[in-house]
Write a new protein. Structure first.
Length: 277
């Protein structure tokens, strides 16, 4: 004899089926590729040609949704006259023609500190915050001004406003002074500036800082967890060179090929590769 179905309205779904429908399919991860490039020093030696080649390689190889330039983009400090403007124009023209519609943001470096008017004219504000492209505002990119080896008041004010409603990627020129860092000490921020940076970030936002990208050290370095007390999951990076100034062809010249992954309300920096020329 045929077994009867459990009591209930004919054709009504079981509780298990209802639960599955309510929860819906698992959220699909969205990956935003981006490149991090610094110390191109356009205006010095063959830096312009090297930078053009490296930037075209970055775009061709990964089709990034965003490009971060980490300071010392031009060798402006060597000539604050007409040549400095020409160096900025050369850098900007290369970026515009190579990236097309790909968004980018540049930080200010020590070689640009004496030409702030030109930096602002060609590359925008020295410190600020924007939506990280492709994240629908869930992730913010914050770029800071520490061109002279200390954070500007405007930069510290930005850090103090970080909240727990967004994730953050932070970029600036000088590396922080972390335990075990291999960058030459003269090219690292002081301990007091490092403390000032971390202390400015509210406790509520410290587990929302996904990664910090720095430059200036002319080599690659990374520390992927526990970079500082209270920041157990933040990743820290120093980028290499993208030009001809104090850059070696054997491993120091290149850029970070990076990926930001968003799944539902969670975000993370999950994949990195160093691309060298």
């Amino acid at each position: 004899m045929k077994k009867q179905a459990p009591a209930g309205r004919k054709g009504s779904p079981s509780k298990t089926v209802k639960a599955k429908r309510a929860s819906g399919p698992a959220a699909k991860a969205r990956v935003i590729r981006f490149a991090v490039i610094g110390d191109s020093h356009v205006g010095y030696g063959n830096s312009s040609g090297i930078f053009k080649h490296l930037l075209s390689q970055a775009v061709r190889g990964m089709e990034p949704g965003f490009v971060i330039f980490g300071g010392d983009n031009v060798q402006a400090g060597a000539d604050r006259g007409s040549n400095a403007a020409a160096f900025y124009k050369d850098f900007k023209d290369t970026v515009t023609s190579t990236l097309g519609s790909i968004p980018y943001k540049a930080s200010i470096g020590n070689w640009e500190a004496g030409t702030r008017t030109l930096f602002t004219k060609y590359l925008g504000a020295a410190a600020g915050q924007m939506n990280f492209p492709g994240t629908q505002g869930k992730v913010k990119y914050v770029w800071l001004d520490c061109a002279l080896g200390r954070f500007s008041p405007a930069s510290l004010a930005l850090l103090k406003k970080l909240d727990d409603q967004h994730y953050y990627v932070i970029g600036f020129h000088w590396p922080l002074r972390l335990e075990g860092i291999t960058v030459e000490s003269s090219h690292v921020l002081s301990q007091s500036e490092t403390v000032k940076f971390f202390s400015a970030i509210p406790s509520r936002a410290r587990d929302r800082v996904l990664a910090i990208f720095t430059h200036h050290g002319h080599l690659f370095y990374r520390k992927l967890d526990h970079i500082y007390p209270g920041f157990p999951t933040t990743k820290f990076f120093v980028c290499g060179c993208a030009g001809d100034y104090k850059c070696k062809q054997t491993g120091d010249r290149g850029y970070y090929d990076a990926a930001l992954t968003i799944k539902g309300n969670q975000a993370g920096i999950e994949a990195f590769g160093i691309k060298v020329m």
